[in-house]
Design a protein around this ligand. Structure first.
Ligand SMILES: Cc1ncc(COP(=O)(O)O)c(C=O)c1O
Length: 396
């Protein structure tokens, strides 16, 4: 009997009752925009910024309308100008090189290793060869690089690091949270992340100038005194005239939905980790290899990655089609065309082609499964069984 999963893996975690109540209260008030012309004590967005800054142990926080906007604004507020080179790990999602393109800057792609994270040796080599002074460090799919090595390279070469923490809310390297290593960290609250507000983004930083510029550029209409996790007036005075308004604010409604989710993070991450590790442990098969996780990494997975080894691309695609037919849609990073949430450097035609032999070889076998928080243990076991049975069918 073939196993079949009867659960939509794209089911997001619904916001808690407290989010719904806060949203309804705000809707009834009509104050959905985060700024008021007559003061704004108690505005949900300003409160969220205070609470999120505290969660990350950072001085400043800026709430925006998406994770992609958070990355764009963090880079721009860090000083990236058109034509500047920005280092970026080759395994990431399209909005990440998209943010660099939005700045008319140039992506310099860095090889990844078998752990699916940036290769420190290639980072140093590419940084020295290109002279790039910015690194957009994307903790893609929740895999955390050797951040001690990355930070040392950045310090040696005077590189400003911005972290893309869309997949690592709460993850740590050697006990330090992602979002605390770089000059700034960018987060997303799109539905499949640890917090679900549909759309949403957050920037954290300890840098007063970056914070002031990001607040002004996010579109605060000179109402920036209504931000509470923000630098002093004299810092804003330096940037007021120079910062363009990009209208990327977070609405008060999104903030109202997000705030009650913050305290749920540890419990959600523990549940996600349980689902991930349970499936990972069951996926033992001669054609499967899981990326290694070193002890320094405390990961917060919302998806699971594995390599399908010893099969050709058409064979991998046939296994994936069989899994999908049995209720387990698998994303494949080795495909010829970008599909769903899955693409890689050769698909980003706006990025100058760059040789990435190691990353291409690694991604040619990489499979990826979304893990909804609502998956029961029994469903998690069925999911793994579907994959194992499809692989057995593919064995010669
Ligand atoms: C790794 C990564 N970075 C950034 C983003 C951008 O987040 P958003 O969709 O909120 O713009 C995503 C989106 O899924 C992502 O996967």
């Amino acid at each position: 009997m073939r196993a079949t999963l009867d659960f939509d893996l794209a089911t997001p975690e619904a916001p808690p009752e407290a989010s719904i109540e806060a949203a309804v209260k705000l809707l009834k008030s009509g104050f959905l925009f985060r700024y008021a012309e007559m003061g704004s004590e108690g505005n949900e967005a300003a409160l969220l910024e205070q609470e999120f800054a505290a969660l990350l142990g950072r001085k400043y926080c800026i709430a925006v309308n998406s994770g992609g906007s958070a990355i764009f604004l963090a880079l721009k507020a860090a000083g990236v100008m058109p034509g500047d080179k920005v280092l970026l790990n080759a395994f990431t999602l399209a909005p990440v090189p998209g943010a660099i393109e939005h700045l008319h800057a140039e992506s310099v792609l860095v090889e990844i290793n078998e752990r699916l994270v940036i290769d420190p040796a290639d980072l140093r080599a590419k940084a020295e060869a290109s002279g790039a002074k910015y690194l957009l460090m994307s903790h893609m799919r929740g895999h955390v690089a050797d951040m001690d090595a990355v930070q040392e390279i950045c310090e040696d070469l005077g590189i400003k690091m911005i972290e893309d923490c869309a997949h690592t809310m709460g993850a740590t390297w050697n006990g330090k949270q992602t979002g605390q290593f770089g000059l700034a960290g960018a987060f997303s609250s799109q539905s499949y992340k640890q917090f679900n507000t549909g759309e949403g983004g957050l920037i954290v930083t300890d840098d007063a100038d970056l914070a002031a510029r990001a607040i002004l550029m996010s579109g605060s209409y000179m109402l920036y005194p209504q931000h509470s996790a923000a630098p002093s007036e004299e810092v804003f005075a330096r940037w007021k005239g120079a910062a363009a308004n990009h209208s990327m604010r977070m609405s008060a409604l999104v903030a109202a939905i997000l705030r009650p989710q913050l305290p749920l993070l540890p419990a959600r991450n523990a549940r996600w980790r349980n689902i991930h590790d349970r499936i990972a442990a069951r996926l033992t098969h001669q054609l499967i290899r899981l990326p290694q996780r070193p002890p320094e990494e405390d990961y917060t997975p919302t998806s699971l990655q594995f390599f399908m080894e010893g099969l050709s691309q058409p064979q991998i695609e046939a296994v994936i089609a069989d899994c999908t037919a049995h209720g387990v849609p698998i994303k494949f990073f080795g495909g010829n065309t970008p599909e769903g949430f899955t693409s890689r450097a050769p698909h980003w035609e706006y990025v100058k082609p760059q040789p990435l032999p190691r990353s291409e070889a690694i991604l040619s076998q990489l499979c990826d499964i979304r893990l909804p928080l609502g998956l029961s243990n029994a469903q998690a076991d069925t999911l793994a069984d579907v994959v194992l049975q499809s692989l057995n069918e593919a064995l010669p």
